[in-house]
Design a protein around this ligand. Structure first.
Ligand SMILES: C[S@@+](CC[C@H](N)C(=O)[O-])C[C@H]1O[C@@H](n2cnc3c(N)ncnc32)[C@H](O)[C@@H]1O
Length: 263
């Protein structure tokens, strides 16, 4: 424990300095998660759209790869407890600061060395107090099996070195009954993050050839090795998500989602 942040990583896991620890990434993700809260004209409605895809929420929720926490707060509105897990200590510290103090300051890059300081304030409807953030690995989650009723994995699976391990961990910690999963990703596979043989799609041959969204749907409905109970795919589609680099530079990303349930 340091600064009140719990770090729950496996002994042999080395949380090396990732790009997600850098100040520019912090500014990008705070903007991406919260710019609609200050009505920035460029903001996207992505997190509201994803939240609208969830059904009734009860019990425990998990936001796997939570970054600076927007979706953890969204799920906290209706859960007993919503837990955000991310490998980036900087992101988890910022999410906790927002949770405890209700606001954080961020220096948004404008152009070159020019920056604007703004205050990100958590709107009242997201201040449930029923959230917690921890540093952890979504491919080796520090939770016992079958405890989460709602799980979100948004834009994470293409950022881990072992994508199948992430899917298996989601499957393991989800409740065997009365569980829902919101999975979404743009599948920007990169060999700098994981070798192509680990990708769940985007390959021209092998077990995971073709598109990942179809392969992941098949895994969820029954093909996850040692899965505890099959999922039923309830809905699928896409959400446009936006990340900001500076005031004239944005990434517009199509994230393909699957909403799955274990009734
Ligand atoms: C592209 S961001 C998406 C964040 C957030 N879910 C969203 O949709 O805005 C990927 C996130 O995954 C986190 N991440 C990458 N590898 C991880 C791992 N093995 N365990 C936990 N988090 C990880 C990064 O720190 C980063 O916050």
């Amino acid at each position: 424990m340091d600064k009140g942040v719990a770090t729950l990583l496996a002994k042999d896991c080395c949380a090396e300095k990732s790009i997600y620890e850098q100040p520019k990434m912090m500014a990008s993700y705070l903007w991406s998660h919260y710019s609609d809260c200050w009505n920035d004209p460029e903001s996207s409605s992505a997190y509201n759209e994803w939240a609208g895809l969830l059904g009734e929420i009860s019990g425990l929720s998990l936001d796997a790869g939570c970054s600076v926490g927007r979706f953890t707060f969204e799920m906290g509105k209706r859960s007993c407890l919503s837990v955000g897990v991310d490998m980036s200590r900087a992101f988890v510290e910022k999410a906790r600061e927002l949770c405890m103090g209700g606001s954080v300051k961020v220096r948004l890059p404008m152009e070159g060395l020019l920056e604007d300081e703004i205050e990100v304030a958590l709107p009242d409807h997201l201040c449930s107090g029923r959230v917690e953030f921890i540093v952890g690995d979504v491919t080796a989650l520090p939770f016992k099996s079958g405890i989460f009723n709602t799980i979100a994995s948004l834009n994470v699976i293409d950022k881990v070195s072992l994508p199948l391990a992430h899917l298996k961990e989601i499957d393991r910690v989800a409740a065997p009954k009365n569980a829902q999963l919101l999975f979404s990703d743009p599948f920007s596979w990169s060999s700098q993050i994981s070798p192509p043989q680990n990708w769940l799609g985007g390959n021209t041959g092998g077990k995971f050839s073709g598109y990942a969204i179809s392969n992941i749907a098949s895994l969820l409905v029954g093909d996850i090795p040692s899965g505890i109970a099959p999922w039923r795919i309830e809905n699928r589609g896409s959400v446009w998500w936006k990340i900001r680099t500076h005031r004239n530079h944005f990434e517009h990303i199509r994230s393909l989602y699957l909403k799955a349930v274990r009734p």
